[in-house]
Design a protein around this ligand. Structure first.
Ligand code: BG6
Length: 471
């Protein structure tokens, strides 16, 4: 963004945290962090000097009043420097347990008012997930936020909505007349969404332990993907219409009866194993993890949507850490009806499958049936592929967070969860959470690092006569 001069010459980024640090040290810390991605020369060409001069740091303990007052004074001095009211973005990239404290201090210190003093609303708040720990705490946080900020000032971040291949779902579905007519229960057998990660929790145990895959990924990224694939056509291409369409889909997810949770939801935790030749310790052996931890690192489920378009069609979702590969894919599996013409020669077991590959190598794949070359007339399947990299080799790939920040600066909320979307997702997940809280897993760890997850997840889909496409 700095390289492309998307940002003005002068802007102010103020780091605010517990650690004692001078602004010069803060700049150095950011510089070192960026060197992981660029070399010195690369960084210079990306306008490091310009960025660096705009970085500041203020030390402050989140629970204390005074640091916020000092921060307010600093921001007022910036306003004076440029002789204008600068829009303030408060980006809460902090552990979620501090959200409430920080919001209340932003309110009391009047930082949240900005220099427009209540009327101009020249402030925005950016909140990273997880937004709450469950439906109740999300609602509390929401109520607290609503006292200080209006919905138009609140940006609930789910970086998946900023990914290029995910934004493309709307374009793909509604700009191409050939898919929408078959995008329904009459033609589609089921949908699979997989988010598989080889990585473990890395340096984030403090956050992950007690949170788990259901809250970390299913409640947000997975359901966000589902909402885009399943939603009805928005009435127009405005942030509110797209959010209306996503929200109405999320509200239509059939809540699972508590007594059915174990039948349609599978949780897992990895034990020791091997990934790419390297030995991996089990989750419970990771530092700072409880020896009897019941935090799930894997979850798979079958869900239905109460919408005419999808009535009776199962959606299989699964996500997990320390699996055998990295892949985020959405597969729409079409009904395979062997045409009467080919009854005698036989059809492939699987017919058309449309796969939206989110990562790695984002793209789209369509599996279709062909007659392979040869004397005999037989039927087989093959794939037709589109790859972002190959088709747009000259275009620069934009990171999801870059997209998200651009949209925030443009004050466009399309790529952000609205309050009703977030609540609908929590409402669905809450039943599972409550059931799990009452029924601790007796079988953890139940999959090896480097495998495809617990056996129960295979069984979940196999008992419906289907199988995971990625395995
Ligand atoms: C984050 C989760 O939101 O998304 C992580 O907290 C997960 O646990 C990550 O690894 C995955 O994001 P991406 O963009 O690497 O697929």
């Amino acid at each position: 963004m700095t390289k492309e001069k998307f940002l003005p010459e002068k802007f102010y980024i103020v780091g605010f945290g517990r650690r004692e640090m001078k602004t010069s040290e803060f700049r150095e810390t950011i510089h070192t962090a960026l060197l992981k991605y660029f070399d010195e020369k690369g960084l210079d060409s990306y306008g490091w000097d310009r960025l660096s001069n705009n970085l500041y740091y203020r030390q402050g303990v989140f629970e204390e009043k005074e640091p916020y007052q000092k921060l307010a004074e600093l921001l007022v001095s910036f306003d004076k420097e440029v002789g204008a009211c600068i829009t303030r973005y408060f980006y809460l990239a902090t552990p979620p347990q501090y959200y409430s404290t920080i919001i209340s201090h932003l309110d009391h210190s009047k930082l949240a008012e900005g220099c427009g003093q209540g009327t101009a609303k020249w402030t925005r708040i950016l909140i990273e997930k997880p937004f709450g720990q469950d439906a109740e705490s999300a609602m509390e946080l929401e109520n607290q936020l609503a006292k200080t900020f209006e919905e138009k000032q609140i940006y609930r971040i789910d970086h998946y909505l900023g990914k290029e291949a995910i934004q493309n779902i709307i374009a793909f579905r509604f700009a191409n007349g050939i898919f929408e007519p078959v995008w329904n229960k009459d033609y589609i057998d089921h949908v699979q969404i997989t988010m598989a990660e080889m990585a473990g929790v890395e340096g984030r145990i403090g956050f992950y332990e007690g949170v788990g895959a259901l809250r970390d990924v299913m409640q947000n990224h997975m359901l966000a993907m589902l909402s885009l694939v399943a939603m009805e056509q928005p009435s127009n291409f405005s942030a509110e219409s797209v959010r209306d369409a996503r929200a109405s889909t999320l509200t239509s997810i059939k809540l699972i009866d508590e007594e059915n949770v174990d039948r349609v939801v599978v949780r897992g935790q990895y034990g020791p194993g091997v990934i790419k030749g390297a030995k991996i310790v089990g989750y419970r052996q990771e530092e700072k993890v409880k020896k009897n931890s019941s935090t799930e690192t894997y979850v798979a489920m079958k869900v239905f949507l109460e919408q005419a378009r999808w009535k009776g069609i199962p959606w299989y979702l699964r996500t997990g850490k320390r699996l055998s590969t990295n892949a985020v894919e959405i597969s729409i599996v079409f009904k395979q009806i062997c045409h009467i013409l080919f009854k005698e020669i036989g059809c492939p077991e699987e017919g058309n499958i449309l796969t939206l590959r989110i990562s790695p190598n984002p793209g789209i794949k369509v599996r279709f049936i062909v007659k392979p070359p040869g004397h005999e007339f037989k039927l087989s399947t093959t794939d037709m592929e589109f790859s972002y990299k190959k088709s747009f080799e000259k275009e620069k790939e934009i990171d999801a967070y870059e997209h998200i920040l651009e949209e925030i600066f443009k004050a466009d909320q399309m790529l952000f969860n609205r309050s009703d979307e977030m609540h609908a997702a929590w409402k669905f997940v809450n039943v599972i959470l409550k059931h799990w809280e009452k029924n601790l897993p007796g079988n953890f760890p139940n999959y090896d690092a480097g495998s495809w997850g617990p056996k129960g997840a295979d069984e979940l889909i196999r008992k419906d006569g289907k199988h995971w496409l990625l395995h």
